[in-house]
Ligand binder design. Structure first.
Ligand SMILES: Cc1cc2nc3c(=O)[nH]c(=O)nc-3n(C[C@H](O)[C@H](O)[C@H](O)COP(=O)(O)OP(=O)(O)OC[C@H]3O[C@@H](n4cnc5c(N)ncnc54)[C@H](O)[C@@H]3O)c2cc1C
Length: 456
């Protein structure tokens, strides 16, 4: 048998190659702008399959694209002419409610995690859309509604099993391979394939949450309110500012459908009975055009916006970290924000304060712990035809704000923007990341990502 036949016969999962039934579907990722043709896609059935894939890709000199939830906007869950190592069948989750710990396989989504932990009245910070993969989001750092209270997603990682480029599976934790553990908490998929994540859980069951919408003409005042109130608010309250087009669905009233508005989406993980009081300053400024806040199960909050962002839309994003939200930045948001092109598009300003600031800048690869916000400007469209025009909106908006930014951006919000942008996203931690890359992946097998080249 030749090497390929030997490799395929060793697998329990499915291999899909060009010309095979299902290849066209299997090569697609979440962002429909991405059109790449991998040589083979391996839908792994277990950890042994992942190890076989890593060994085969390395021996054959193939680029290896890791696919978890496939949400990477630049399309790092696929590649041209290389191998896709698709983890999406690896979804097992084990919750230990007594220890308040969950072990999550490398292909799980946040919806899978929230479903498994909610029944025990427990949760860990995860992303805002339930279909996003645990793998990409956690290894890039990760934030969500629980982050002000409980930290970044990677701050809640207790250990991970990682298949490194030599095909070895290593436990990474505070006391086993601590350099690898440091690097995978922000450094993305550069260091290996995480087949299992162990997360700390917190007592979160029913949260108080929902949107509060204002006329877009009040965007400057609402942003100032958001800026001034949030630092005084308890950490249990998370809130992000948005300029959006109101979706033409219930519960939004018909007269607001497809109207451009601004708003604040709140999520309070303290006692839901206190939610009205803690969000009162945000609700009483106004009056709002529409407000629908109240208690709900945490997984309901986590999937509230899923309908707006199904698989297969066209995405183009740009982002930056911001030390603050000064009046110059607000003026740029007021100028460009109302140009938001579609109901699926987003201009969001997320908080990165509270518990994020409790960890030092060099304690994990994720280093921007002294900023207050990350914003994202995302053009998202079902139709590819207007994307060039929408991309210009994103670029012009971003260009106006970038000089006011902290310099780098959240790696999981970058498109393919070049090495300098990647380096600037890690500030003082980049050199250490390159050295750890040289130790665990000297041949840069894992290069389909925001790539950190091995140090010479
Ligand atoms: C609709 C939407 C909402 C989002 N919301 C949030 C949010 O609330 N908070 C937030 O922080 N980010 C958010 N993001 C950004 C998100 O973190 C990134 O898109 C991330 O890459 C998604 O991970 P994935 O596993 O789905 O991606 P994939 O495309 O499957 O993977 C992208 C890359 O991540 C790495 N990777 C994936 N799985 C593993 C693994 N098991 N081991 C090692 N490396 C791996 C690999 O380098 C891979 O190429 C959102 C993205 C989208 C599209």
């Amino acid at each position: 048998m030749d090497a390929t036949a030997t490799f395929v016969s060793a697998l329990r999962g499915r291999v899909v190659r060009s010309g095979d039934d299902g290849y066209e579907t299997a090569r697609k990722v979440y962002n429909a702008q991405i059109d790449r043709k991998p040589r083979l896609i391996v839908q792994c059935a277990d950890v042994a399959d992942v190890i076989h894939c890593v060994n085969y890709a390395r021996e054959q000199g193939l680029a290896a694209a890791i696919r978890g939830g496939s949400h990477s906007a630049p399309g790092f869950g696929t590649c041209d002419d290389g191998m896709v190592i698709d983890l999406s069948r690896l979804k097992g989750i084990h919750v230990d409610p007594a220890r308040r710990v969950a072990r999550v396989e490398g292909g799980g989504t946040w919806g899978d995690v929230d479903h498994a932990t909610h029944v025990f009245g427990l949760a860990t910070p995860g992303g805002l859309i339930s279909t996003t993969g645990v793998g990409g989001l956690t290894t890039g750092g990760g934030f969500g509604h629980l982050t002000r209270r409980y930290g970044l997603v990677c701050d809640n990682l207790l250990s991970a099993d990682v298949v490194t480029a030599d095909g070895t599976i290593r436990r990474a934790s505070g006391n086993e391979n601590p350099d690898l553990f440091w690097a995978i908490r922000g450094g993305g998929g550069n260091f290996g394939i995480v087949t299992s994540f162990e997360f700390r859980l917190h007592p979160v069951h029913t949260v108080y949450a929902g949107p509060i919408l204002y006329p877009v003409g009040k965007a400057a005042e609402v942003m100032r309110l958001f800026r001034d109130y949030m630092p005084t608010a308890p950490r249990e309250l998370s809130a992000f500012f948005a300029i959006l087009i109101v979706p033409p669905v219930l519960p939004f009233p018909a007269h607001l459908h497809m109207t451009t508005v601004c708003g604040i989406v709140v999520a309070y993980c303290g006692d839901p009975a206190g939610g009205d009081d803690v969000t009162k300053p945000l609700r009483e400024f106004g009056p709002p055009l529409f407000s629908l806040t109240g208690p709900m199960p945490y997984p309901m909050l986590q999937s509230m916006f899923d309908g707006l962002l199904p698989h297969g839309l066209h995405h183009y994003w740009k982002a930056d970290f911001m030390a603050g939200l000064n009046d110059d930045a607000i003026a740029q948001h007021v100028k460009f924000g109302p140009g938001i092109p579609t109901v699926n598009s987003a201009m969001h300003i997320y908080p990165l304060d509270g518990a994020v600031h409790d960890t030092s800048k060099d304690a994990t690869a994720f280093s921007y712990r002294d900023v207050r916000y990350t914003h994202i400007i995302a053009a998202v469209s079902p139709d590819p035809a207007p994307m060039p025009e929408y991309r210009d909106w994103v670029r012009d908006y971003w260009k106006a704000l970038h000089p006011l930014s902290a310099g780098g951006a959240y790696v999981n919000f970058l498109m393919e923007e070049g090495e300098e942008r990647v380096e600037s996203s890690y500030t003082g931690n980049f050199g250490r990341l390159a050295a750890i890359k040289a130790k665990y992946d000297p041949g840069n097998l894992f290069r389909v990502n925001q790539n950190i080249k091995p140090a010479a």
